[in-house]
Write a protein that binds this ligand. Structure first.
Ligand code: GTP
Ligand code: MG
Length: 370
């Protein structure tokens, strides 16, 4: 810890607390044994005992409090696959999702460019699939990485007329780093300039050998615009998901990842979260980094109010004290108090770290001696 109570500090040094209190008194500080001293002071005092104090690696507070998910095999149930759609800018990721969902998100985007991660859930013959749309623009590397990290399958969209481009390669690398299976959607096959063989060659240059070339990478030709090949693609997604035997325990306190969050003028902090384990319910006390609160309302990807969200479900939640950071985990706490305490600890950590990072101020003396 960055701070330690005098009592704990004395125990660490194997000296009576009163001795430490006396030393502090000599320095003009009156302290009680439960009071905390900071690292710098602890290091100074310890030196008098010929002991060198080193700051402990900062532990992940949330991991420490909430621990790992350990479930009994019998509690696990099938969960929907989480599928991230990645690829170079303008290769048709959002159009493909529009075709899958029969929506028209693309047409509403500023300049036709996706600038956030969109989460949605669809139902296909009774099977659910959760999709995350990611931006292809080179500026949004972090979002692509975040998208890949929470998913089971990556659909790599490659425009058949444009081929493998820089962010296609970046997406391949994110998927690989996150150990996520890639399915290639060769899009825009309706275009006169489409050249599937060239794309397959470029993919193989990146180590992705498609099935009809003797490899094991599934590649589905599609046209998002003409709604061609979509069913085929979804069938492949469900097939790969089936092989992955994806499971989670819906009957435990929920935890998951903040996909993205922003401050809404009317509604306050709004976060899109992906539940990864357990079931999130209205009224649950939650904490996500320095943000905490009670889930006041939940909205699914179709804009419908819901009371609970199980594993692999993306929902928008209201009720947090501040805007959480995308990519952070969220946890349902045992009580409002626990949620607040964890958030406060994280906040305090953040402050200490920030102070540590500010460069030392230059004093007048420094300037004159130069
Ligand atoms: P970013 O999110 O900005 O990376 O782009 P994106 O990959 O989501 O691409 P988007 O879906 O916005 O599509 C880009 C352009 O390609 C749009 O003008 C689409 O109409 C067009 N487009 C997408 N799919 C197809 C397709 O299958 N055929 C043709 N001809 N055009 C397509
Ligand atoms: Mg898009």
């Amino acid at each position: 810890p960055v701070r330690i109570s005098i009592k704990d500090f004395a125990t660490e040094l194997s000296v009576p607390s009163t001795e430490i209190i006396k030393k502090l008194m000599k320095r003009g500080t009156i302290a009680t044994i439960n009071q905390e001293i900071d690292y710098a002071l602890a290091a100074e005092l310890a030196e008098e005992y010929d002991i060198i104090v080193e700051p402990e690696e900062e532990k992940d507070v949330m991991e420490e409090v909430f621990g790992e998910v350990i479930d009994d095999e019998k509690d696990l149930e099938k969960r929907p696959p989480v599928v991230v759609v990645m690829g170079h800018v303008d290769h048709g990721k959002t159009s493909l999702l529009d075709a899958i969902r029969s929506t028209h998100v693309t047409s509403g985007e500023a300049g036709g460019i996706t600038q956030h991660i969109g989460a949605s859930s669809i139902s296909l013959n009774g099977e659910k699939i959760t999709f995350l749309d990611t931006p292809g623009h080179e500026a949004f590397t972090a979002m692509r990485m975040r998208g890949a990290q929470v998913t089971d399958i990556a659909i790599l969209v490659v425009a058949a007329d444009d081929g493998v481009m820089p962010q296609t390669i970046e997406a391949i690398n994110h998927a690989r780093a996150a150990n996520v299976q890639i399915i290639v959607a060769m899009n825009k096959i309706d275009k006169p300039g489409a050249n599937p063989d060239r794309v397959k060659q470029e993919l193989s240059d990146q180590g992705l050998l498609v099935e009809d070339w003797g490899g094991d990478v599934i590649c589905v030709p599609v046209s998002a615009l003409k709604h061609q090949g979509i069913d085929n693609l979804l069938e492949m997604v469900l097939l790969v998901a089936e092989m992955g035997d994806l499971k989670a325990n819906p009957r435990r306190k929920a935890r998951g990842t903040i996909i993205e969050a922003q401050l809404d003028k009317g509604r306050g902090p709004v976060a899109t979260v992906l539940v990864q384990s357990g079931t999130l319910q209205i009224g649950d006390p939650i904490v996500a980094g320095a943000a905490y609160g009670r889930v006041r309302a939940m909205v699914d990807s179709k804009g419908k109010s819901v009371k609970k969200a199980g594993p692999s479900m993306p929902v928008e939640i209201l009720g947090l004290s501040e805007v959480p950071i995308g990519g952070d985990m969220f946890y349902v706490a045992n009580s409002d108090k626990q949620a607040r305490q964890v958030a406060e600890r994280i906040k305090a950590q953040g402050r200490v770290q920030m102070i540590g990072q500010t460069p030392n101020k230059v004093s007048l003396d420094d300037l004159f001696t130069q």
